[in-house]
Design a protein around this ligand. Structure first.
Ligand code: KG4
Ligand code: ZN
Length: 355
């Protein structure tokens, strides 16, 4: 096995994206993503069984497309990497099964890796405009926000030391966007729609609650998040207006809600940087597409002297390239392959980088 610049194919199926990525060391060769998002639209959120079924349909075409785009042959691979958790059980199982079959058929080693750590690994990939950037330094704080997770990590070393500082105790941030969008009569996924509506809204119109940010909560849940109270608060506000027969200022509600989410996320992320004396913050996950989140992240990290990293959006949303990148990094740092008896683990802790 080439341990200097390993050629790795990564498989990601933890949620609704079927992601296949191919990397050579830290170089991105292909990043193929098929999403079942549209199939979930009429349910207003990801339906696990629908996602798992879509992965079954999409995996082989996605692998073929990624291999063609990278201009490699499957036989050339040094290893297969796959997300084994955390995520939706049924969805994970499809990817894990496919990865094992591929590894056995090709007689290649397999690296079963942690999805959340994969999001951090995305930053390693040098592409286009980012090709001459300095590599990520450690330790770094990482804020991962998507439809499935909201986690704050302290990454001392990508392949050997990742600590969970906090996470959501109820809804994920993206889930909150999706649910509030529904309240406002918008389609799934709600994040981009709320973002667009908020553009012309007044973020100070309504003061929605910042979850787990009160003094007493900050003692016990300093780095944890909660968005379900916020969602309920928005729903109540809208309901009361409707009951009173008044029009709903959708754009103001969207902007005020977005502000509450962004404020909470960044207050806690910057607090973690300051508390741990780590002047680096990496963002990841689909919610990073949010325009206001990016803007406030720049402002607050600038003010606090924190270096901010935001990988390109195609590597922030769930994808196989980040999984391949983490697999390659494990190989390059001398880690042995996973034994074939690993399984999908929907609650895999973030400290377990490789199964
Ligand atoms: O990482 P991701 O693509 O995958 C899953 O979690 O499956 O994230 C999708 C989530 C959805 O909840 C979506 O509403 C949210 O990211 N999202 C956004 C924006 N674009 C996508 N949330 C807020 N603002 C956006 N512009
Ligand atoms: Zn993710």
């Amino acid at each position: 096995m080439n341990r200097t610049e390993p050629l790795v194919l990564g498989i990601e199926t933890s949620c609704d994206e079927t992601g296949i990525g191919i990397v050579r060391g830290t170089r991105l060769l292909s990043n193929t993503i098929a999403s079942s998002m549209e199939e979930h639209a009429r349910y207003g959120g990801v339906v696990p069984e629908v996602a798992a079924r879509a992965h079954l349909d999409e995996l082989v075409p996605a692998i073929n497309a990624a291999v063609a785009e990278a201009g490699i042959r499957l036989e050339d691979l040094d290893a297969i990497a796959v997300t084994c958790g955390p995520g939706l059980s049924g969805a994970l199982m499809v990817g894990v099964g496919a990865a094992k079959a591929l590894a056995l058929a090709l007689d290649k080693p397999i690296y079963a890796v942690n999805h959340l750590v994969g999001h951090v690994g995305a930053d390693l990939l040098r592409t286009g405009a980012h090709s001459d950037e300095e590599p990520l330094e450690y330790p770094t704080i990482a804020l991962l926000v998507s439809g499935g997770h909201t986690s704050l990590l302290l990454v001392r070393n990508l392949t050997s030391d990742v600590e969970l500082l906090g996470e959501t105790i109820d809804d994920a941030a993206g889930e909150a966007f999706d649910k509030v969008a529904r309240v406002l009569g918008m389609l799934y996924p709600g994040g981009p729609r709320i973002d667009a509506a908020a553009l012309t809204g007044d973020a100070t119109a309504i003061r929605f609650p910042r979850g787990l940010s009160k003094q007493k909560d900050m003692e016990k849940h300093r780095y944890d998040f909660s968005f379900s109270g916020l969602k309920t608060s928005v729903a109540r506000w809208v309901e009361q207006r409707e009951d009173a027969g008044e029009p709903i200022p959708v754009n103001d509600v969207a902007a005020s809600f977005r502000e509450a989410v962004v404020d909470t996320l960044l207050t806690k992320a910057v607090a973690a940087c300051v508390d741990y004396g780590v002047p680096r913050l990496l963002l990841g996950g689909g919610v990073i597409a949010n325009a206001r989140l990016r803007q406030v992240a720049i402002e607050r990290t600038d003010a606090a002297g924190i270096a901010l990293r935001i990988p390109p959006l195609s590597l922030c949303t769930d994808n196989g390239a980040m999984i391949a990148a983490l697999g390659a990094q494990l190989i390059m740092t001398g880690h042995e392959p996973s034994s074939l008896d690993f399984g999908a683990d929907s609650t895999l802790p973030v400290s377990q980088i490789q199964a």
